[in-house]
Design a protein. Structure first.
Length: 330
């Protein structure tokens, strides 16, 4: 039942990789989710997306997403994070928390439906569509809420690739300062690479380390959300603490993510192993993000989602300003 959908997601990931190879400035994962969004808008495809392909696409956007996030932990090393210095690490964590809280508040202020405030806050503050997929699985968000949040973070992350380099020199930033700004203020890892690479290898390396420091915040924030979800009462007022239908305090994929971080920090893993894990992780996340993008319906979003779009743009502006302030402070 799931094989057709998985094969289509794999083909889409391969196509996204081909586009990325031809145009390296376009991040692989961004291409994958945009491709999914494009496919989801074609009426002739929707019969397949909601029928024969549905089981496989569902598997891709849940299980593959979680496996990809576990492997993402192998990109993080506590030693690299410590080398940033306490001021940079502290400001990066503060940016994540302030952006998360500010976006959550904005989402509730504009009365966004369902779990959209939480999902948008998670994606914009931590690591884009991957973080939204992780949080969506924990709080059991509706597909519409997840799709809307994915579309917004993809739009704004792509916007950053064009806008931030244009502001680099007018703001008087050095190459390293620009790298710090990008790492702290752009959503997805691929978008960070695409934005920071124009400032040179040193700026790119700094941007990636700061970015993965933000990714590390995924574990505690998802764990807290899981605890809150467990405490929600079911209809009728029956407490749900401890029931199997609720997520564990620490979801298994989050524990796996942390284990991968600790392993990479404690052991010098072979370069070939890390390279293979990176390739598998990119493939899994590309398939998952294509499946998530295929659930987006732009026409209803444009008709009724102006409030979500406004929240996304305000959050994008908020994290850019906070990140720039941290650069000036450092």
């Amino acid at each position: 039942m799931w094989l057709p959908g998985v094969l289509v997601a794999a083909a889409a990931a391969l196509l996204a990789w081909g586009v990325h190879a031809l145009v390296p400035a376009l991040p692989l994962l961004t291409v994958a989710v945009v491709l999914g969004i494009a496919v989801g808008q074609v009426p002739a495809f929707r019969v397949w997306l909601t029928g024969t392909l549905a089981p496989g696409l569902s598997l891709a956007r849940t299980r593959f997403m979680r496996l990809g996030i576990v492997l993402l932990g192998l990109k993080l090393s506590l030693g690299d994070i410590a080398d940033l210095g306490w001021l940079t690490v502290g400001s990066t964590v503060a940016i994540v928390l302030l952006t998360f809280a500010g976006t959550l508040w904005l989402g509730r202020l504009f009365r966004l439906p369902g779990d959209q405030p939480l999902l948008i806050a998670t994606g914009f503050s931590i690591c884009g569509a991957s973080a939204i997929g992780a949080m969506s699985g924990v709080v059991k968000a509706k597909d519409d809420d997840t799709a809307t949040s994915i579309a917004l973070v993809t739009l704004c992350g792509t916007l950053a690739i064009a806008v931030l380099p244009a502001l680099w020199h007018p703001l008087g930033l050095s190459a390293l300062q620009f790298g710090q700004w990008v790492g702290a203020g752009v959503h997805d890892v691929g978008q960070v690479v695409a934005t920071a690479q124009i400032a040179g290898s040193a700026a790119l390396s700094l941007a990636v380390v700061i970015k993965v420091t933000r990714v590390l915040m995924l574990a505690p924030i998802v764990a807290v959300a899981s605890v809150v979800e467990r405490r929600r009462p079911v209809p009728g007022g029956i407490a749900t603490i401890g029931l199997r239908s609720r997520p564990p305090i620490m979801p298994l994929f989050v524990a796996g993510f942390l284990a991968a971080v600790l392993l990479n920090s404690a052991v010098a893993l072979p370069v070939g192993l890390l390279s293979a894990a990176d390739s598998v992780q990119n493939a899994l996340l590309a398939m998952a993000l294509f499946a998530l993008g295929a659930a987006v319906r732009l026409v209803p979003l444009l008709r009724t989602g102006w409030r979500a779009l406004l929240v996304g743009l305000l959050s994008w502006t908020l994290i850019a300003i906070l990140a720039l302030g941290a650069v000036q402070l450092a």
